[in-house]
Design a protein around this ligand. Sequence first.
Ligand SMILES: [Zn+2]
Length: 182
Amino acid sequence: MLPWIVRRTRLPLLSWRCLDCPSKSATTGKGRFRANANGKLLDVWLLVRCVSCDRTSKLPVHERATVRSIDPALLDGYHANDPKLVAATLLDPLFLRRHGLALDWHGAWELDALPVGLDEAWPWQVAVDFEDPVPVRPDRLIAQGLGCSRSEVPRRIKSDISLRRPRTLGFTFIAMARGSAG
Ligand SMILES: [Zn+2]
């Protein structure tokens, strides 16, 4: 099995309608939270910034939560702007759904496909693994990994998965040498 790995190279942008300018994109930048305690109640926001005009907005992560209900380690992470916690918050499907947000992964991920020796016998058995939940169309991914056109992909590979439907779950396929498939 040849391992191919999909991983993010940075955090994705957010689809975001700016209130001050026509931009439709926001970034978390380096990633910052803001926490505000009011008595025993706590609000935590993730800060996002318009990529065009820098207007900052706050996305609620916790609203009026009792301080005791939040894991102290988590609370420390919010105060320290822990990059892992920023990523986990931004990539949380529930968080995105709650705010009606979509992620823009364009240019934010890479395919790590180790170069294969020329003597590697065809057909190749490839296992694609997702280190981060980057939704990619398998045919695009495979075309990139094999260095061929997308239209060539269905002729060159065997797999049970839908090639056109973006997915974030690992899969395997068998690839034939160029020109050898019928
Ligand atoms: Zn703006």
